[in-house]
Design a protein around this ligand. Structure first.
Ligand code: PEP
Length: 267
């Protein structure tokens, strides 16, 4: 059985004071939740602070991107080992804001994915279509091209390594990110199922194990219905991850969905 996962993406928000309040609120809210994994992806300057506050808790921390190079003259870039040095276990890759605002491509996502798994980081590969692509009925074509660009670069050994670090996919319809619009649970389920089938073409065992999380305006009031879908293994949360109460409520929704799934499987 897959263990659900909730990831907060703080984007470019926060300062030392507000981060401390937010993290303390999340720590006290999720400390008794044991049925799912929780992660916060904070801006790089605050990774040290995140480590100090989170290292003895059940919350992991990670980066919002990483460079594919190990070191060198790459002004402004951060290497995978720099994230692991600061205790990061996860990293977001190919987020639509990176693709749209910073001109990152499927090729850079693939190179970064490869560098991340080699460093032992769990990559969370974001895929998803724009509104125009959605309306043109191109969701599966776009998602497949984004996935294939990464999967095709992985040889057998790399694929095994990606499984060893528990690679994660995040389906994030661009039209739902930060817009207040969210995919209906059955819409999300259909795309998650498509993603799982695509992985199964490469390796059926891996497909059964890979976690596929949903992102796009997930809030406390819609989390449970999304997470109840059989192929939705949790969420990638932007705006709502900046409010401790809201983020904790989403974590509780994941935790309780996982708990009831376990119960259903036992009875
Ligand atoms: C995101 O940035 O990945 C995201 C899903 O944002 P939001 O929850 O604000 O839509």
């Amino acid at each position: 059985m897959r263990r659900n996962l909730v990831v907060g993406n703080w984007k470019m928000h926060g300062d030392m004071r507000s981060n401390e309040m937010l993290l303390n609120g999340i720590i006290s809210g999720v400390q008794e939740l044991h049925n799912a994994d929780f992660v916060v992806c904070v801006p790089n300057p605050y990774l040290f602070q995140a480590r100090a506050l989170l290292e003895k808790t059940n919350i992991h921390w990670g980066g919002q991107n990483v460079n594919q190079h190990e070191e060198g003259a790459f002004t402004g870039a951060v290497a995978p080992h720099m994230l692991t040095d600061l205790g990061c276990t996860y990293v977001l890759l190919g987020h639509s804001e990176r693709r749209n605002l910073f001109y990152e491509t499927n090729l850079t996502a693939a190179a970064r994915f490869d560098a991340a798994i080699k460093a032992g980081l769990t990559p969370i590969l974001c895929v998803g279509e724009t509104l125009a692509e959605h309306e043109a009925g191109l969701t599966e074509v776009i998602v497949a091209s984004q996935m294939d660009a990464v999967m095709a670069t992985l040889g057998e050994q790399d694929f095994a390594q990606a499984m060893a670090v528990n690679m994660v996919f995040a389906y994030e319809p661009v039209w739902a990110i930060g817009t207040g619009r969210t995919a209906m649970p059955d819409q999300a389920q259909a795309v998650h199922e498509f993603i799982r089938h695509r992985i199964a073409r490469r390796n059926p065992d891996a497909a059964a194990k890979v976690r596929i999380i949903y992102g796009g305006s997930v809030k406390a009031n819609n989390a449970e219905s999304l997470f109840a879908m059989p192929d939705v293994d949790g969420g990638l949360i932007g705006g709502a991850s900046l409010h401790a109460e809201e983020f904790v409520a989403i974590c509780q929704a994941t935790n309780s969905v996982t708990a009831s799934t376990c119960l259903a499987e036992l009875t």
